[in-house]
Every structure is written in C-alpha cells, then in structure tokens.
Design a protein around this ligand. Structure first.
Ligand SMILES: O=C(O)[C@@H](CO)OP(=O)(O)O
Ligand SMILES: [Mg+2]
Length: 399
C-alpha cells in the first residue's frame, strides 16, 4: 500500500529568498507527502553537503528516484533512507545533495503517515507519543551570521520552562519578543530583524543580556510561570587564529569558558548552544564539567547530527545535549539514530530549524515523536510560526 509510485522534485523559495529543494512522494494507494529542505547560514564544517538545488535535483532524479519508485515502501522509513544512502554512495551526500535527500526522506515519511491515516508524529514516534511536548526556544534577539551589525552572540532564546501547555509557551515567547521591542524603544535603540525574525539591534552582547533578562522577567511576572533564557553562541563563527572575536575584542579559549560559565550563573541560563569552536571537544568537556549540572550545553556545529561525532563527544563528556537538524545529516533515520544514541547516554536531544526555512512543519512532528525537551524554531515570522502553530495543533489532536 505504501509502495512509492512517484517522486517529484522542484525548486521553491526559502525564507531568505534562496531556492531550495521540495519533494512530493506518492504511493500506490494514493498516499501523498510533501517536504522541503531548510538551509543554514552558520553551517558546521562537518555537515552533509548541500548542493545548488538545480544540481541536487538533477542528481537525485538520476540516482535516487529510480531506486525508490516501485522499489521501496514509504511506510518503511529505514528502507527509504537506505535507498537514498545507496543512491548517493558517499558519507556526506555530496552526490545527490543532503537537500534532495532530506526533502525526499521527510516527504516519504509524510506519505507513509498519510496511507496509515496517522499523524506524522505518531507514525515516526509510535503509539505512545503525543503525551509530552517540547518547550519552544524562541529567538528574541540575535546577530552573528543571521544579521549584520548586531550582537556577536547569534541567538538569545526565551525558554518558557514553566508554561502549563505548549500553546501558552508559544504565546509567552511571542510576548517576550514584543516586550524586547518595547524595551529597545524605551532605550531609543532602533532594530531591524535578522533571518529568523529575532530583533537585530546594534547593541553589545552585554546590553542584549540586560534587555533579554528584563523582557523575560516582565513577561514571567505577567503570566505567572517560569520563563528563563538561553543562547546559541555559534562560537565557530567567531573563532579565528585561536581566539574568539567579539568585535575588536578577543577571548582565548580559557577566557571563553570562564565568560560562558559566568553568564550561566549571572543569568541562570537554561541552555547554551555551541559555546566553543566545533573542533574543541576538550573545551566543551571542561565547560560541561563546570556548569552541566545546571544548564544544557548543546552541540550543534560540534555534532552536526552525526553519530560518529556524537560518539567522540560522549567519550570525552563534551556536552549534555545535542541539536538535531535533519538536513545536517541527510535523512530522518540518521537523525533518529543520533537522538537514540544521545538518549542512551543520558543526553537531551533538541530539535531545530535552520535560519533558512520554508513552511514545512516536519520538525514539529519530529520533536513530539522523539520526546524532545526543547524545540528551537523561532518565535514569529511565517516560516517559524508554521512549526509553532503545528505544535499547537498536534497538542490539540493528541488531547
Ligand atoms: O545555528 C543554528 O542553530 C541555526 C538555527 O538557528 O542557524 P543556521 O541554520 O544558520 O545554522
Ligand atoms: Mg546553532
């Protein structure tokens, strides 16, 4: 019933106005799934390869589609993803492109769910999923590679950890985003928005910490549940010639560890992603040792959703959490393997969007399917609210 009868690929727009790959998968009994690949700006050095969409589509049509159509069942995700890997033949999807691979992988999952008549989160996660919902990490202020002339730290993320429901959490983040705008106004600071819809003011990181702290406390007082915040430092982007660059100032790796540890305590941070360069497993381990009992130290560029890199990290205690981005590795099966390896080792797996996104909602289902404690998928702006609104619908559906 779920045998794939057609896979079509096309170029569509992403939120930055760049082309990306969209896939449609059809099955024998009329099941249909559509998904589009997201795209990063602050990409990790070890991510699977994103090819220019036209090339990725041509290569996938040549190599992958013949191995899928009439050959593979969309309901069998492992089989779909093994066919994609077989068609590509490389470690990093450099032949058909991780963008084609992930679009097909996600579209097949949706087609499989469609035939089974199950919501995607249940098809991926099984009958017992849908009880727990992730806390959304909402990007409120940011800079780095996502906005010019703004903060050095890439993302300041609201985390409504005490919200009684996913819907209240989603609205709390939107309120923090609105409150941050008022505080910027009060201080006479103009702010455009970065790629993910976060405010991108030309302020120091120090001032961004203050604004974030104030916005979060105000909304916490108003709503009456605990809201904290966290960071994606995206430190690999700042690391050059052995030091971290904060505008004209620099920090040595030891100073960077001290700085992050101080910020964790000063602001009671609940989450810190990529505090150090993507090759510094030891630095990650030292920081995790110092503050890992009170915050999540999450590896994004460090692990790139890759089980081999995660295993190395586990060996040295490099983090207590991993960011999962399906397009970093190319298939849903690979992403699930990373989640499972992490959770077998007591680490949290956080599901994430990319800075370049589409209206695709797969990651909302993935977060519920994997029982993720957090999902990072922005706060406002259509391609972000697509996922947040889907989470609200899933919660409604599962109730
Ligand atoms: O660094 C990150 O975590 C992401 C998403 O916020 O950014 P990008 O997609 O540009 O890598
Ligand atoms: Mg990151």
């Amino acid at each position: 019933m779920t045998r794939i009868t057609s896979v079509s690929l096309r170029r569509v727009l992403d939120s930055r106005g760049n082309p990306t790959v969209e896939a449609d998968v059809l099955t024998e009994s009329g099941g249909f799934g559509r998904a589009a690949a997201p795209s990063g700006a602050s990409t990790g050095e070890y991510e699977a390869i994103e090819l220019p969409p036209t090339e990725a589509i041509a290569a996938a049509r040549r190599h992958a589609v013949p191995r899928l159509v009439d050959e593979v069942y969309a309901g069998n995700q492992r089989e779909v993803d093994a066919a994609l890997r077989g068609a590509d033949g490389t470690e990093n999807f450099s032949e058909i492109g991780a963008n084609s691979a992930v679009a097909i992988s996600m579209a097949a999952a949706k087609a499989g769910a469609d035939v089974l008549g199950a919501p995607l989160y249940q098809h991926l996660g099984g009958a017992f999923r849908g009880e727990n919902f992730p806390t959304p990490l909402g990007n409120v202020i940011g800079g780095g590679e996502h906005a010019k002339e703004a903060t050095n730290i890439q993302e300041f993320l609201a985390a409504p950890v005490g919200a009684p429901s996913v819907s209240e959490a989603v609205f709390a983040n939107a309120q923090v985003h609105a409150r941050a705008s008022e505080i910027l106004d009060e201080r006479g600071i103009p702010a455009a928005k970065g790629d993910e819809g976060a405010w991108a003011p030309a302020v120091s990181d120090e001032e961004a910490f203050e604004i974030m702290d104030e916005a979060v406390s105000d909304v916490e007082d108003d709503l009456g549940f605990e809201i904290r915040f966290g960071l994606d430092i995206a430190a690999s982007e700042m690391f050059e010639d052995g030091v971290y660059h904060y505008g004209d100032e620099t920090k040595t790796p030891d100073e960077q560890i001290d700085y992050v540890a101080e910020m964790v305590d000063e602001y009671d941070l609940v989450y810190v992603e990529d505090p150090l360069d993507e090759n510094d497993y030891e630095g990650f381990a030292e920081l995790t040792d110092r503050v890992g009992d009170r915050t999540l130290i999450c590896g994004d560029d460090l692990f790139v959703t890759n089980v081999d890199r995660l295993s190395e990290g586990i060996d040295v205690g490099a983090a207590n959490s991993i960011l999962i981005k399906p397009n970093q590795i190319g298939t849903l099966s690979d992403a699930f393997d990373a989640v499972e390896l992490a959770s077998r080792n007591g680490m949290d797996a956080v599901i994430s969007h990319r800075s370049g996104e589409t209206e695709d909602t797969t990651i909302a289902h993935l977060a519920v399917a994997t029982d993720a404690p957090f999902i990072k998928t922005g706060t406002v702006q259509g391609e972000r609210t697509a996922k947040l609104n889907e989470l609200i619908r899933i919660a409604d559906d599962a109730a």
